[in-house]
Write a protein that binds this ligand. Sequence first.
Ligand SMILES: Cc1ncc(COP(=O)(O)O)c(C=O)c1O
Length: 490
Amino acid sequence: MCGPENTPIVNALKKYIDDCTIRFHMPGHKGRKNAHNPAAELLGERVFASDVTNVPGLDDLYQAHGVIKDAQGLAAKTFGADFTYFLVNGSSCGLQALVMTVCRPGDKILVPRNMHRSILSGVILSGAVPVYFKPEYDWDYNIPLGTRPETIDRILDCHPDIKAVMLVNPTYHGITSDVPSIARTVHARNIPLLVDEAHGPHLHFHKDLPGTALEGGADASVQGTHKMLSAFTQASMLHLKGNLIDRQRLEAVLRLLQSTSTSYLLLASLDAARAQFNACGKEMVQEALDLAGYLREKINGIEGYSSFGVEMIGKPGISGLDPTKVVISVRGLQVTGLWAEKWLRENRGIQVEMSDVFNLLLIVTGGNNLSDADSLIKALRDMSDCVRQGGAKADLQGAVAQLNPFPGMPEMVITPREAFWNPVTVVPLQEAAGRICAEVIACYPPGIPVICPGERLTSEIIEYLTVLRNLGMHFQGCYDACLESVRVIK
Ligand SMILES: Cc1ncc(COP(=O)(O)O)c(C=O)c1O
């Protein structure tokens, strides 16, 4: 049974709502469900009443000394950090802040090619010089895996002036690397290991899950509390441990990057999510594990689908697995994941987390239930029947034949920051070979950049992008989402 937990921000917010009924301060709605506001109809009065920013008694995120300090302290204790910072601009902001904290212009940072685009934003903002490494790759599922410690060790030997190492752990697909060994390798050079743990805040709460980054020896981690626990969207946490990262500089950078009008809806949701999982996280994660296990077993029993599990552990780059991420390959049905995602949404009202050429990805949490799982299983059976009866227009066979391996790492001609500030021009993609790319081109999902700003476009890359474009993949973050044209350095 879950016990009561202290929630300093939630308590202070409740008190403010009860004590102060007349507000002559921001925000303009004054905490009331004013007439003619469609959002009020949707969200209800309580959301408006709770939507305050820094008022007396509610502390200040950037000079925390009261309830925020207490709530952050409780979170640090829960997650085993020396210091925890609540983030209101998403994990993106925490990752940007970490890169800006450890790198000055010209400093080298080792970053994975399966980085989230916010890491690249941090590189551009800081003026750091990225040294990229490729994670291991699974060609059956066509997904990036974790990273082998030897890979990191080898690159650090070649670049002894690297100032910090960034890792994505777990990956979007739930795969974890051997963080303790990587941490040892990195610390042998007396530099910090930073971990994008956007998909891993729940790892702490169950012994059957891989350990967290901090447990593995990382110096900092950024967790998407909104992604895997229960905080509101954009609410994340940044944890620090040890003394390899300058805490005062990090605080200065967070002040630089985040809004001054801190949302207490977000802060209270972080406080509450920590309390909820502290009290009953183990049970909630167990429910998710049971449900994900049930889904995996049933899905593997339906012809045309496959979903990997813990049997993958031990392959290169797979030190552990978070089974609550369920990857469903639809390759056997000869349809694309994109087609399957659309079919489930349009025919059954089921929305998955993401799809790519071969797969669907489900995120299962204690917020799901058996009825959700059974509805999905039935829908997958029906979709399989529909495909067999000729209901699928997408032809995966053609796609597989065309889909070359992920192209090699392009040549970096100038840094991402130089590319960002250089004059640019737009050229048709088919005429761009040899030009220096001015933008990130990543298929979203899974978001691994095929090319980053400052790198030279080659005909191999253009061919690869063209196949993905023709398959209907979505490109995020570039000038022309249809990828007919591309921004290059003038
Ligand atoms: C691996 C990874 N890191 C960081 C982020 C950014 O998180 P946020 O959306 O909270 O800014 C994402 C978002 O999907 C992600 O998948």
